[in-house]
Each structure stands twice: as structure tokens, then as C-alpha cells.
Design a protein around this ligand. Structure first.
Ligand SMILES: C=C(O[C@@H]1C=C(C(=O)O)C=C[C@H]1O)C(=O)O
Length: 470
């Protein structure tokens, strides 16, 4: 991938960008194209506000925020995309990314994490989606036309231009100038209002009897050693008398769940998958890999004393620790098999606004020959969202669950051209389709699980999400 060593800012003043694009176009062979990727530092803006202002409903888009790291990134529209399905979807995604990178001319030399082209990915839980009209493919990977990221106070705009012999460069150049003007006007705007007043009354899942039977049946299979753990989920369908307000709902999610990853993915056809997940699948920053074992849950207490008691019970519960340990063991073994030596940090609590989890962070230094998507492919689904043994649990999940998991509990995230990435597990999530929303939540079932308590845990997870939707 060639890199043009120049300061991108000079383009703004000297029209050099146009000349440079024109030079790239002249060098294009008759039937080939190139992608010029330009990174430019802009004044600090909220990427969510940019998404709201610029993204059109008929465009793919992706929003991802990690408030505790002060990082957010929005990707709007696609210059290249792959939609696929099947067992090879991760390796196909990897090939697609490298074929795009072969075409990219990167402008600017800075290798900071938020500069340069990023690829945005959503994979479904299973290799295929079985519901015929499910609105997201089993794998979508795209290189956005526009990408705006914020890291602390710094903001980087990345534009990816697809150039071939037919491209109208004047239009492209005008579009670039227009976007910079629009973004500059957004610098003082933020969506910092809370509005929880639409469907916030609590709603409960239906067909609880069937679901309880699935848990009871799973417990019998656990007793007979058919599997050791299964994660069963349930949807909650809600509707309102007007379309859901996506941006206000995201604003609510970021305020209610400041410690979670906030995400929103648009399929470009009017449906969005959004959520606030506490669970990272992997992140890689300069060859340093971080991942989490997150499993085992308790509610938060209403008083400090009650909260401490619940936390202590969680930390000392044999059942919760077992449920957690199978996740930790799976992740560490998986990493070893990839030639990665994990360093397991001390176990701790991940305390969210409504619920707390057992959490063990895991770190490793990556060998250079392992691609981020190989790690995603090997880890997904972990026993935090599937079970042990994995294949048996996945087959039983398909037997018990009468709904399409789709992007629920699936790997969602981005990777860049430097080997950095961030993938989360798409739990605490909802599929928004105009005036309808389907919310998802699940719980791990192991020996000793109490069906009523598992159902209460799922209700708790659903209510926290429901509260944010307006
Ligand atoms: C499956 C979900 O969450 C998972 C299940 C947990 C549990 O059962 O203790 C905890 C965290 C997640 O790994 C979900 O929220 O939908």
C-alpha cells in the first residue's frame, strides 16, 4: 500500500488534492481502480452528531464508542463492501480487506490509531442467518466513504475516494470541501440531553413457560453430561406509535451505560442494530491484544450495603465462578492454539448501572503472523454467549430458541491497515425497524442454575436497554 508523505492540511489551502487525485486517475490502468485514503485532523466534534447530520438511511453506517477510553468512531457510506455468509466468512473478510489494501494510496504518514482506512464489520452469531427476511447478512465488511473518529480532544476525518477512469474528480473534490465545512459547523453541537419518556414502562417477555422449559431441559442435559454450559437468550418485542428516535436512544444509552461500548449499525435499508455491550471480544493496539472473560452475574444493590453483599456473593459463588471459569479456560486455550501466550490478570467485578459481572481481563503480545480476523474467527462464539462444549451448545441453542439471533451476541467492530482492531460481543442489543424494536438478552445455564433467577437476570438486562429506547 503506497503512502504519500505529505501534510494533508496543505490540500485545504492549495487545491493540491485535486491535482493529486488527477494524477492518480491518470495512472489508473483502463479497467482498474484505486482508493485514495486521506486523513485530516479537524476541529473536535462529536462523531455521533456527525453521523446524525451526514448519514442517509440508504447508506451503510457504523458507530462505535468507548466512553471510558474517550474514543468514538463513525463510518458513513461505503466505497467497497463485502456481504457474505457461511463457514468461510471470516477468511473471506480477511481476503477482502487485503485486496482493498492493495488498491489504497494513503495520504499522510501518521500511523496513529484513528488515522488511515478502517474496515467495519458485523458478523452474525451463526454462520448463516436462518430467518429469510432477517435484515442483516451473516457478514458485512465495508470500507467507508467517510470516517470520523475522536480520541480525547482530537478528531480525525478520513475520506476514502474510489478513483477510476470514469470518476468525476470535480464532484469528488467539491464533496470533500462540503463535508469539511459541514463538520466544522458541527463543532459546538452535542446531543447531551436525556429523554427517557416514551416506552420506559417495563415490559416482560412472553412465552415464559416455554423458555423455562428450555432451561429445565438444559439442566437435565447438563446433569447427564451432554454439555456443561449453555447460554439461552430471549427476545422482547416492543412497538411505538411513531419511528424510534435512533440518535436520542443512542444518547440515552451512552448516558445510562458510560462503561459500555455503545454501537449502532445501519444496513442501509432502514434497519439498525444498536446496543450498549460491556463485553469486548478483542482489541489490538500496537500488537498488544486485550480480551475479556465476562460471565457470572448479579444485580446491583439499591444501597451500598446491599450492593456490597451482592458483589461478595457473586465473587464467592461456586456456580457463578464455574460459569466464569469455563469462559476463561476456553479463551486462554484458544489463544495458545493460535500461538499467542496469554497473560491472565486478576479476576475482578465489572459493575454496570443495573448489573455486575465477574470479569477477568486477558492480555498478550501478538506474534506478527496472526491476523485479527483469525483471532475473531477462533474465539467466536465464546462460552460467554454459547456454551461448553461449543458445538453441542450451539446445536441445542438452535433447537431451543425460536428466533433468529442475527447480530445478537455476535462480533461487531473494526480493523485498520496497521493490524489494530476492536471487536465487541453484540449483547444488550436491539434491532430497530422504524416503529418496532426487538430487544435481546440471555443468561448462562450451568449446573446449579435456578430457572427463575436466570429469567429474572434476563428481564433485568432487557429493562436496562428498554429504558434507553425512545
Ligand atoms: C448473554 C448475555 O450476557 C452474557 C451472560 C452472562 C451471565 O449469564 O452471567 C454475563 C455476561 C455475558 O457474558 C446477554 O447479556 O445477553
Amino acid at each position: 500500500m503506497p503512502v504519500l508523505p505529505c501534510r494533508p492540511n496543505t490540500f485545504l489551502y492549495h487545491n493540491e488534492l485535486y491535482q493529486f487525485l488527477s494524477h492518480c486517475q491518470q495512472n489508473c490502468a483502463a479497467d482498474s481502480s484505486q482508493i485514495v485514503s486521506i486523513s485530516l485532523e479537524v476541529e473536535s466534534v462529536d462523531p455521533l452528531v456527525v453521523l446524525q447530520e451526514i448519514a442517509q438511511p440508504n447508506q451503510l453506517s457504523f458507530y462505535f464508542e468507548n466512553k471510558s477510553n474517550q474514543q468514538a468512531i463513525a463510518a458513513i457510506d461505503a466505497v467497497a463492501q463485502l456481504q457474505t455468509c457461511g463457514v468461510k466468512r471470516f477468511s473471506q473478510a480477511q481476503k477482502f480487506v487485503s485486496s482493498c489494501l492493495d488498491k489504497i494510496i494513503k495520504v499522510g504518514t501518521s500511523n496513529e490509531v484513528s488515522t488511515g482506512p478502517h474496515f467495519f464489520c458485523s458478523f452474525s452469531f451463526f454462520n448463516e442467518t436462518s430467518q429469510i427476511d432477517y435484515p442483516f447478512p451473516a457478514a458485512t465488511i465495508f470500507l467507508p466513504r467517510w470516517q470520523i473518529s475522536r480520541c480525547g480532544d482530537r478528531c480525525i476525518l478520513v475520506a476514502n475516494f474510489l478513483i477510476d477512469n470514469e470518476t468525476n474528480l470535480s464532484k469528488l473534490y467539491q464533496d470533500w470541501c462540503q463535508k469539511i465545512r459541514t463538520i466544522n459547523l458541527l463543532k459546538f453541537q452535542s446531543n447531551s440531553t436525556n429523554n427517557y419518556n416514551s416506552i420506559s414502562r417495563s415490559q416482560h417477555i412472553k412465552n415464559i413457560k416455554n423458555f423455562k422449559q428450555s432451561i429445565t431441559s438444559s439442566l437435565k442435559l447438563i446433569e447427564s453430561n451432554y454439555f456443561q454450559k449453555i447460554v439461552l437468550a430471549h427476545p422482547l418485542d416492543v412497538s411505538v406509535d411513531r419511528p424510534f428516535d435512533l440518535f436520542q436512544s443512542l444518547e440515552n444509552l451512552r448516558n445510562i451505560h458510560p462503561g459500555c461500548y455503545i454501537f449502532a449499525i445501519s444496513n442501509g435499508k432502514g434497519q439498525n442494530f444498536i446496543g450498549a455491550s460491556p463485553e469486548r471480544l478483542i482489541s489490538i493496539n500496537n500488537q498488544q491484544l486485550s480480551t475479556d472473560a465476562l460471565a457470572g452475574s448479579a444485580p446491583r444493590g439499591k444501597t451500598l450495603a446491599e450492593d456490597t453483599k451482592l458483589a461478595n456473593c457473586l465473587l464467592s459463588s461456586e456456580k457463578e465462578r464455574y460459569e466464569h471459569c469455563v469462559v476463561l479456560d476456553f479463551i486462554t486455550q484458544c489463544l495458545y492454539q493460535l500461538g499467542i501466550v496469554p497473560q491472565v490478570l486478576s479476576p475482578r467485578l465489572r459493575q454496570l448501572s443495573n448489573i455486575q459481572h465477574l470479569w477477568t481481563p486477558i492480555q498478550a503480545t501478538l506474534p506478527t503472523n496472526v491476523h485479527p480476523l483469525e483471532i475473531v474467527a477462533a474465539l467466536h462464539p465464546t462460552p460467554a454467549v454459547a456454551g461448553v462444549s461449543r458445538d453441542v451448545a450451539c446445536t441445542k441453542i438452535q433447537d431451543y430458541e425460536r428466533f433468529e439471533r442475527g447480530l445478537y451476541a455476535a462480533p461487531l467492530g473494526w480493523l485498520d491497515d496497521q493490524g489494530n482492531c476492536e471487536f465487541i460481543v453484540g449483547i444488550r442489543s436491539a434491532l430497530i425497524d422504524r416503529d418496532r424494536a426487538r430487544l435481546y438478552a440471555g443468561a448462562g445455564i450451568v449446573a446449579g442454575s435456578n430457572p427463575d433467577r436466570e429469567i429474572a437476570e434476563i428481564q433485568l438486562k432487557l429493562q436496562a436497554l428498554l429504558k434507553a429506547l425512545v
